[in-house]
Design a protein around this ligand. Structure first.
Ligand SMILES: C[S@@+](CC[C@H](N)C(=O)[O-])C[C@H]1O[C@@H](n2cnc3c(N)ncnc32)[C@H](O)[C@@H]1O
Length: 461
């Protein structure tokens, strides 16, 4: 299976150039918490990051790759950091990333020349039980199926999962066609890949509820394709119901959901209508990063496709949803993104969840510098004076260019965001260093390596 497009470069011996050296060692920039258990957050192009991971020997070691790349939507995406909550409207807006593929820029062919080599590289990280999940919508899902057929073979196809990401309302409902309210997750796997779909509770019509002799509620369904041997096994478990005429039905015992409604527990299929859109998630989950996905979606994916301790990779990481879900489920995440806004957002988000973290970058990646950082130190108190409303900041020391954070604070998003605490209490030492992370992705440094910035020790603000 081979998809061609005008000017195709992928695997044509003419790879698109990259400004950085492929496979170079990743440079550590910051360490927070236990280094051995740390998740990794890499600032850089996913292609370079994967080449570096392969050079580290991580080829064939990753149980789950999830990526949510740009969808070929021909739009720019702006991050919106709310400082006072939605009602007050004080927000900082910054371009997070571009997803533009006009005719002049090479159109869909250029998009595929961006995406295909990155997917190709990511599949080389997969372990024998590994799966790759590519999150897209109607614009590119059909093309990515063909690309993954070419990379992994048609037999590696596992699922095309349809996630209902929005209700069919407003413009979509009135569009003169069926509402495009769906995203598609294209899933391929290596030879030993097995997914473990969870179950969900589905309410049962009261008229379909029966009660057995022991007073247990059940519903029943025809035996379908159950073999005689399976029926005998179910019979022994008391799960076969025979009508007066002798017809065989399978009993499904019912359980109550949170609202006390009797439900049947069903294995989830490839149609996901039960993961709510991000706008229905708690305000504290919404980072303001555009195209952020709900954490519940990533938790479902990670739980069914990896084990505790597994390595999970996402090289289009955005706000870090894959990282926080992986951390909550005891997996280790390697995240990458080329947008400094994404890195700042994901860093703050992971640290709010107390995830040990190692921030790195690829060769040649530069971070915009935040100017005018002002800090006051009095005994064991370190006070951030400027900027007054950082996304996050940290106090620590710097060793061989790596910042070791011993104290950190982040703004907590929500209906009423909680600003980052501006005063730290840390043991006094001469080589103290401060890093400040701003909503536009810029990073400011004060302290040892910068010759003590704007305010001398003990100065008043
Ligand atoms: C749809 S967003 C991901 C959103 C993410 N799933 C979340 O929940 O926040 C796509 C991300 O891919 C990043 N990106 C685009 N091209 C990239 C590349 N070549 N390498 C690394 N990141 C890239 C963008 O900066 C953007 O953050």
């Amino acid at each position: 299976m081979r998809l061609t497009w005008p000017g195709r470069q992928w695997r044509e011996g003419d790879e698109p150039p990259t400004s950085t050296e492929r496979g170079a060692t990743l440079t550590a920039a910051e360490l927070v918490g236990d280094g051995r258990a740390a998740h990794r957050l890499v600032h850089g192009d996913g292609l370079d990051v994967v080449a570096s991971l392969e050079a580290e020997g991580l080829g064939g070691q990753v149980d789950l790759v999830y990526v949510d790349p740009p969808y070929a939507s021909d739009r720019d995406y702006v991050a919106e950091a709310r400082l006072d909550g939605p009602a007050d409207g004080r927000a900082l807006r910054t371009l997070a990333y571009e997803d533009r593929w006009s005719y002049e820029r090479g159109g869909v062919g250029a998009y595929l020349d961006m995406l295909a080599p990155r997917l190709d590289a990511l599949t080389r990280l997969l372990s024998p039980r590994g799966t790759i999940w590519v999150h897209l919508d109607w614009r590119a899902a059909y093309l990515v199926r063909s690309i993954l057929d070419e990379i992994l073979g048609r037999d590696a196809f596992k699922n095309e999962i349809v996630w209902r990401r929005a209700p069919n309302l407003g413009r979509q409902a009135a569009s003169g066609q069926f509402g495009r309210t769906l995203d598609t997750l294209v899933v391929y796997g290596r030879e030993k890949a097995t997914l473990r779909p969870p179950t969900r509770l589905e309410p049962i019509e009261p008229s379909a509820i029966r009660w057995d002799d022991e007073g247990r509620p059940f519903t029943s369904a025809p035996r379908g394709d159950y073999t005689d041997a399976s029926i005998a096994k179910l019979d022994a478990e008391g799960r076969v119901h025979r009508t007066a005429s002798g017809r065989v039905y399978i009993k499904y015992f019912l359980v109550k959901n949170g609202e006390g409604v009797l439900c049947r527990e069903r294995r989830v299929d490839a149609l996901w209508t039960d993961v709510a859109p991000l706008r229905h998630a708690a305000a504290s989950e919404r980072t303001g990063y555009p195209t952020q996905k709900p954490r519940a979606l990533l938790e479902r994916i990670i739980a069914c496709a990896s084990e505790p301790g597994s390595l999970v990779v996402d090289t289009f990481a955005g706000s870090g949803t894959t990282g926080v879900a992986a951390h909550a489920l005891g997996r280790r995440a390697i995240l990458a993104d080329k947008s400094p806004v994404a890195i700042a957002t994901a860093r703050a988000r992971l640290l709010r969840d107390e995830a040990p973290l190692r921030v790195e970058r690829t060769a040649g990646t530069s971070v915009p510098e935040a100017k005018g950082v002002k800090v006051q130190v009095k005994a064991d108190r370190v006070r951030l004076v400027e900027p007054a409303e950082p996304l996050a900041w940290a106090v620590g020391t710097e060793e061989l260019g790596v910042f070791h954070a011993t104290w950190h604070a982040e703004r907590v998003p929500g209906a009423k965001p909680v600003p980052a605490a501006l005063e730290a209490r840390v043991p006094r030492r001469p080589d103290l260093c401060v890093r400040v992370f701003c909503d536009d992705g810029s990073v400011g440094t004060w302290g040892a390596s910068r010759g003590k910035g704007d305010l001398a020790e003990g100065a008043s603000t």
